[in-house]
Write a protein that binds this ligand. Sequence first.
Ligand code: SAM
Length: 288
Amino acid sequence: MGLKMADLGIPRNTIQVLQKHQFVFQKKYGQNFLIDPKVLDRIIRAADITEEDSVLEIGPGIGTMTQYLAERAGRVTAVEIDRNLIPILEETLADYPNVTVVNQDILKMDVKAFAEGEGRPVKVVANLPYYITTPIIMGLFENHVPLESITVMVQKEVACRMQAGPGTKDYGALSLAVQYYAKPEIVANVPPNCFMPRPDVGSAVIRMTRYEKPPVQAKDEGRMFALIRASFNQRRKTLANSLGNAPELGLSKEKILQALEKMRLPAAVRGEALTLEQFACLSNELSK
Ligand code: SAM
């Protein structure tokens, strides 16, 4: 084909590969391929890849970003669900012996076992399929996969929710879940015309740097997250009402009001006003 190294991100080259293999896009797999070298450079810089790194790429597509990663990392493992992309990847990644392509659904893969086998925390880099952004990211965190950072393209609105702080409209259970495990930072906004085909939504690149230890001490992590979910289930209600009406928590309204008083929070406070630290404190207080 006469393609140079790491130049699939040029639209003409992507089109050439797709035509040669008569590739048909599968909407159900969230296939929007990157066709902007500047955006690819930005992702790679944010991911901060060195020769010592083992990178896990989720959804390599035709291998556009995989080539960039392979030129910098020690090893790249690229997990792709669509078997029609495998022969294409064999061709586009033929010059990169440090890449392993795995034809699997990332949600069914034992990522923890894979990462443990790498001998050092992995860096996850991906232009994610948007239909499963949250299960992928929360799966990585909640299963305690040994990882250093996650640098991913996601829907812009989701990136804003991940990074949001208390009292903002985007703040919610996802913000708190992400911020319990990692420090999020949006590094670029990416318009639809950087992809082929163009997605219906705006996108953003977000880097999440994992904390070695959570920034707050919750005695029972699971219970704190149950509390957080219930607090944001009914955003317009006061925290005391939302929690009091959640049968799964088994809490009386008196007990909740007492805990709020102890924490010097107003009885009518809403969940969206509480910081992660306050949620941890409330959870510890309520399990006394
Ligand atoms: N990395 C490529 C790029 O930037 O051009 C493709 C990104 S595209 C947004 C998402 C990719 O994830 C597609 O190749 C799609 O087939 C793949 N994918 C979708 N669901 C997946 C899953 N459950 N496990 C692994 N890969 C998946």
